[in-house]
Design a protein. Sequence first.
Lengths: 557, 143
Amino acid sequence: MTTPLMMFLTFIALTLVITYWASRRTKTAAEFYSAGRSITGFQNGWAIAGDYMSAASFLGIAGLIAFYGYDGFMYSVGWLVAYLTVLLIVAEPLRNSGKYTMADLLAARFREKKVRAVAAFSTLTVSLLYMIAQMVGAGLIVNLLIPGLSFEVIVLSVGVLMLVYVVFGGMLATTWVQIVKAVLLMAGTILLSVLVLKQFGFSLIGFFDEVAKITGVVKQADGSSVVKNFTQPGLKYNGQWGPLDLISLGVALICGTAGLPHILVRFYTVPSAKAARTSVVWAMILIGCFYIMTTFLGFGAATLVGKSNIGVFAEGDKATAIVQAEPDAAKRETLSKQLAETGYVVKSSNSNLAAPLLARKLGGEWLLSFVSAIAFATILAVVAGLTIASSSAFSHDVWQNVIRGGKATEKESIFVARIAAGIIGVVSIGLAIALKSQNVAFLVGLAFAVAAAANVPAIILAIFWRGFTTAGMIAGMVSGLVSSIVLIVLSPAVMGTDGKHIINAAAIFPLENPAILSVPIGFLGAVVGSLLTRDAKSEAGHAELLVRAHTGLHAEG
Amino acid sequence: MLMPLHPDPKPSDVAASAPPDPEHRDQATSHGHVSLNVGTVSPAQFRQIAEHPEFQALVARKKRFIWPAIAFFVVYYFLLPALVGYFPKVMETRLVGQINVAYVFALSQFFMAWVVMALYVVKARSFDKMEHEFVRKVKEGRL
């Protein structure tokens, strides 16, 4: 058995023990949806950090920095700053006024089935988009790390495991799996960062001297090209639309993070609004340290491994065969030089492998296996979090409150949540396998954009604007959701003429991320819808939400 | 003035005002106290609380911190992509060795976020105190 597979199995065994322990403590609805409000602020901080630090951050951002230098680092900054929105606006009011889901906060004011239905639909959309991106990514990354496991086998086992955690262990198991994974991820990141800095005698200046020796070429609008080094901005976000695209991504992060369903449900697992605040504080400390260390990983991979040595690789006999089969003499020489230097040849460039190959360089096969196991654990824990958030939205919002009018028993509610988790699991496994060969990285951006444009305007206006009406809320959510999806379909993330895109035509909307336009559209829809309608009920409801949000009077648990 | 909303006085009050045997306590609760469960507080009571000057002062104090804090961090954060995107030459100015303004400014964003966070945590303690005081008054029917 290979070392990475053994590490995967150890992690899986540990999580199954957690699930068994949690299943014996998960009987009531409050226990299933929110771990019986038994998680402390400190524990929840780790769990939130775990939910947020997905494989896309761990492997994706390290890869972006390894390939594009400074621009990759700039990209990572917004992920932490976004938590200020969560801390200052959302966490405490949400905990004070809700019970299990995001829709609870809105229902506290509007008390209409329509509102719950729309909010649940948006939650399910965001979760499913995010989940498919994670599942496809899981299949591809684990397949790269352990070529013996096929894409389908990986997606299926990730899907089955996440269902076991959620169905049997509920929120308690999901939370502790998340905490264990976050601890592993932090440990791995610290270890790699220390090993990188050690190579440079722990001198940041010496490190940056090496980083500045690496260069990339930027093609300018007039056709000329400029050479830039890795400490200089502009290697990724360049050209006419580059800076604006980065600003748009920033809008998606700053607003969208506060609207991600699997992050929001975390605030219901703690006993009070004060504990919700403490959890954001711990999460921000962890997430900030994590992204700063990601810089060391990314720049470390750029300097110690080298961009041309990062990608899908082959070792041993396979590598020798690839070198011998290369018809071009010059390329053959490059390949054999690569084989002599690194012990492998790169078959195709892939930035996601920057961190794993850095680990291989610094600590050999053992460290590569450890980092691979962390990547696997990360994906598993994040999809479990998404599954429980979406099954709660279906069971608590759609089934319990919209279909059954609040009359379902706790038993029925938990049963429906488990069935919903099963359906969501099967759908996401099926979609992930169907989309195997598509580039689905844009789905994460889309999930953030929808969360930013549909959920966040509704949450903010519900708390702060007295004139907000039911019709306005629905108009805002629908316009945010629809505009995000339409704009991304027309964007270069989906449309392109190079044959690699889903739609083979020139992009109509110039930015990869639609948030800079779709968030204002979401707010506009909400405001216009509210100004056009009168709603005495929602005005009275505002007093109630305001009191609940600020004092916790009536807060559940 | 608000009507009393909560049935559970503090333990010391119970000892002082009512005999400890269960029968009497049951009687005490049946004497018209309103429970604070969801649905039992009328919209009128919510409006009374929402319009109470002490509650409005609490919300105003929170907003006086929260809105400027949001304005500050949003401007500080979006300055980074804007300056880097539109004034790359200035941002490439080196400070120490190869470390340039762009890197230091990006790194400073992390510390900015932590400083705003810490300021809020300190401020929130005084909000908590006001809130606690207010909620106690509401529960004891002393407003």
